[in-house]
Each structure stands twice: as structure tokens, then as C-alpha cells.
Design a protein around this ligand. Structure first.
Ligand SMILES: Cc1ncc(C[n+]2csc(CCOP(=O)(O)OP(=O)(O)O)c2C)c(N)n1
Ligand SMILES: [Mg+2]
Length: 310
């Protein structure tokens, strides 16, 4: 991999290192800052979902995926589908720090003439493989990509990130079923299991149960995926060592089995910032100046540079 980020520190025992000694904890802090700050400047956008998947996406782009930011259309590149497309700002922040486009461009997020729309657009943004935003569709696209790769004799792998609330979409399960029937072991799905969606399941017969957990929160997802014929890996989605081990196992599965793999990543919605952590109320939102100052301090951004690798 061709990585030369200004964020890079010599790795220490306390830090996870990606390729070339890149400090992933530090990158993830900056990604979290860009998520909160960019949305605040654009005055609209999602926060909790981008923050919960941040460590997983940093690990993918800085350690795992076979990609080249300078050749975003290279035919043999690994593909990544952000099925939970509302979390676009989290992916854009990682792509910028990885060198796909200038970090300064994040300031255009969600403007009408920007390449960085509120939901990913494959026609506009370097590094975006599939346009998403209508929940439920990404896994089907990924199944098609993985199947197409096999038919074309291409060896690349296909990754897809889903939300746990998104699993309510029936189309997801058609794709889960077909992926194993087509024996698409090159396909790896990650589910960002943060236990929350937008509002939860508030009402029964008009009565608010004050249950904000997402409706699949009490379902045994591992058993269901296994039943469909998938390899299942369950991890803490904020622990880089666990993430790396899961990625290694998924790679081994791709080589040695005929089954697709799902990584059920236990995460915390809004992770990394005190006032957004663990609440559905920050599914989307705009931080005040005071909240931005709090987050800057918590994420230890002061005095650090974050230029892109481009
Ligand atoms: C088909 C569809 N229905 C509704 C929405 C609006 N919406 C955007 S995010 C969201 C909640 C998603 O929850 P989850 O999948 O758990 O994502 P996360 O918690 O990671 O934000 C909803 C209902 C949508 N984008 N697409
Ligand atoms: Mg969720």
C-alpha cells in the first residue's frame, strides 16, 4: 500500500498500527472530528452512525483493502459498498485522509454543486463504488459485484457495511440467501450493530413504550446468518486488534471456504464523543460552538495537523 500520512506516528504498544506504521487510533480521532465539524458547518447531516462505524472503516482503508487512492477506478481494486449510505460523511472523512481528495473539500459536504453529497454518489466521488442511501439495497449490489468478478475471472474482494436497523429491509435477506447459494466467499459483510436506529420502535397502539432500541436488537443475528450458510464472526467493532483478527479470518474464509462471511461488529452509536455516545438523539444533528469545543478537546485535535496523503 502507498501510505504516507502526516498523521503517522511511530507505533507504540498502546496504539494499533496499520500498514507502514500508521497510527489508526489517531486517524480515527481525526475522522470523528471531521464528522462532527463538517456536519456542523454544513448545518445538516448524520452523526451517530458515522461515528459507530469509524474504527471499522479506518481499519478497512488504512490496513485491509487492496486499493490505490490515485487509481480509484483500477479494475482489480477491492470494492466497498456503504449500504448504510446516510453515514457518508464517515466514509468521506476516511477517503480524504487516505488521499482520494483534499481534506479541505470536506467543507463542501452536502452543498448542491459538491462531489460530496449527503448520500454517496458513484458518479461524482472518487472512491465510491455504489450509490446508496435508500436502506436495504447495498448487499444486493455487492452480491452482483462479487458474482460479476467471478464471471470475469477477477480476484478482487467485495465488502459491504450495513446498519443493524437496516436489516429490517426485506431485500437484505434475499441477498443474504443468494450470496450463500452462489457460494460468494469473496464477499464480506460487516453489520454495524450499534443497537439503535433513528427513533427506535416508540409506539404500540399509539402508546410510547420509550423503547429506542432498534427492532432487531433482540434477534440472534449470528444464528440467522449461520442458518443461511454464512461464516459468522462476532467482535467488538471499536477494538482494532479484534477488527484485524476478524479481517484476517474473513480473508482465510474467502480462500478456504465457499461461504460468504459476515462480521457482526458490536459498536456504540455516537462513539468517541461524550454527548453523542449511546443515544439515538444524535442519529443526526448539528453541534453548537460549545459542543464543537468539547469534542475538539475530547478528541485531542488541538495542535495536530490532518492534511491528506494526496
Ligand atoms: C429505505 C429507507 N427508509 C428510511 C430511511 C431513513 N433512515 C436513514 S438512517 C435510518 C436509520 C438506520 O438505522 P441503522 O441501520 O441502525 O443505522 P445506524 O444506526 O448505523 O445509523 C433511517 C430510518 C432510508 N434512508 N431508507
Ligand atoms: Mg443502528
Amino acid at each position: 500500500m502507498d501510505i504516507d500520512v502526516s498523521l503517522s506516528d511511530p507505533p507504540s504498544d498502546a496504539r494499533a498500527s496499520g500498514a507502514a506504521g500508521v497510527d489508526l487510533h489517531r486517524i480515527a480521532r481525526h475522522v470523528r472530528w471531521h464528522i462532527l465539524n463538517t456536519v456542523a458547518q454544513s448545518k445538516a447531516g448524520h452523526i451517530g452512525g458515522p461515528l459507530s462505524m469509524a474504527d471499522l472503516v479506518v481499519a478497512l482503508y488504512f490496513r485491509e483493502l487492496n486499493i490505490d487512492p490515485h487509481r480509484p477506478d483500477a479494475p482489480g481494486r477491492d470494492r466497498f459498498v456503504l449500504s448504510k449510505g446516510h453515514s457518508a460523511i464517515g466514509l468521506y472523512s476516511v477517503l480524504a485522509l487516505r488521499g482520494y481528495f483534499p481534506v479541505a473539500e470536506l467543507a463542501t459536504f452536502d452543498h448542491g454543486d459538491s462531489r460530496l453529497q449527503g448520500h454517496p454518489d458513484m458518479r461524482l466521488t472518487p472512491g465510491i463504488d455504489v450509490s446508496t442511501g435508500s436502506l436495504g439495497q447495498g448487499l444486493s449490489a455487492a452480491v452482483g459485484i462479487a458474482l460479476g468478478a467471478r464471471m470475469a475471472g477477477q480476484a478482487f474482494r467485495t465488502w459491504v457495511m450495513l446498519g443493524d436497523g437496516e436489516l429490517q429491509e426485506g431485500m437484505v435477506w434475499e441477498a443474504v440467501n443468494s450470496a450463500s447459494r452462489f457460494e460468494l466467499s469473496s464477499l464480506t459483510a460487516i453489520v454495524d450493530v450499534n443497537g439503535l436506529q433513528q427513533f427506535g420502535w416508540p409506539a404500540v397502539d399509539g402508546r410510547d413504550r420509550f423503547d429506542r432500541s432498534e427492532p432487531w436488537a433482540h434477534v440472534d443475528l449470528a444464528a440467522i446468518f449461520r442458518g443461511y450458510g454464512w461464516n459468522v464472526i462476532e467482535i467488538d467493532g471499536h477494538d482494532f486488534a479484534a477488527i484485524f483478527a476478524a479481517f484476517d479470518e474473513a480473508g482465510e474464509n474467502a480462500r478456504a471456504t465457499t461461504r460468504p462471511t459476515v462480521i457482526l461488529a458490536g459498536t456504540i452509536k455516537g462513539q468517541g464523543i461524550s454527548f453523542t455516545r449511546g443515544t439515538y438523539t444524535w442519529h443526526n444533528g448539528v453541534a453548537s460552538e460549545e459542543q464543537l469545543a468539547t469534542a475538539r478537546a475530547e478528541l485531542m485535535i488541538e495542535g495536530e495537523t490532518d492534511e491528506s496523503a494526496a
